[in-house]
Design a protein around this ligand. Structure first.
Ligand SMILES: Cc1ncc(COP(=O)(O)O)c(C=O)c1O
Length: 189
């Protein structure tokens, strides 16, 4: 995409709304792939839950917008921007990225152990940082329901993928607790 955009003088826009802000162990997911966008969107985790949506652009692209070009009722409100600044500071200064990478690798390893233990149910485990999917050979609805009964909130997507996107501050003990419950559920199904 980057090569095509450069060749045809087009702007590359990357949507980092879900994958940005440390979710993959780097501040922005594109950093894993050696590609830089011209425009990028961020939201969700950017202000730790305070409602924000942003569009960032390279300096020479950003000049296309001047104050007043684009209006929004709550756009740029100081309270939410302060929450975003503090979130960025925390991610960069409190070791969140390293933590996310480490605990993500640990969680992926633990899920892979479950795949080895229950190969008839678990098809694959994939992900980066703390954005992880477990592909199943069976629909995941029953596993999600059993999780709720045992105090574990799980999410299934595309019917057969369990999605793991825990908070970036999730502890090893919490991962262990989750794996214990999930293991019991996989044994049941
Ligand atoms: C990947 C992705 N991009 C964009 C959006 C839209 O973000 P917003 O609701 O802040 O406009 C979402 C919302 O779910 C999303 O998941």
């Amino acid at each position: 995409m980057r090569e095509l955009c450069d060749k045809h003088n087009l702007l590359l826009i990357l949507d980092e709304v879900q994958v940005g802000m440390g979710r993959t162990g780097k501040l922005f997911a594109y950093e894993h792939f050696g590609v830089t966008p011209d425009i990028m969107t961020l939201a969700k985790a950017l202000a730790s839950g305070a409602p924000i949506g942003t569009m960032l652009a390279r300096e020479d692209v950003a000049v296309a917008f001047v104050p007043g070009t684009h209006g929004s009722t709550f756009g740029g409100n100081p309270l939410v921007c302060a929450a975003a600044l503090e979130t960025v500071r925390t991610i960069l200064e409190d070791g969140i990225l390293n933590r996310c990478e480490e605990i993500g690798e640990y969680l992926i390893g633990e899920l892979e152990s479950l795949q080895k233990k229950f190969p008839a149910v678990v098809k694959n485990v994939r992900g980066i940082g703390l954005m992880i999917g477990m592909g199943l050979h069976i629909p995941g609805g029953e596993i999600v329901k059993k999780g709720h009964e045992k105090g574990l909130l799980l999410n299934v997507t595309h019917d057969t993928v369990l999605r793991f996107v825990p908070p970036l501050i999730v502890s090893k003990a919490e991962v262990d607790e989750m794996i214990k419950i999930l293991s019991a559920i996989l044994a049941e199904v």
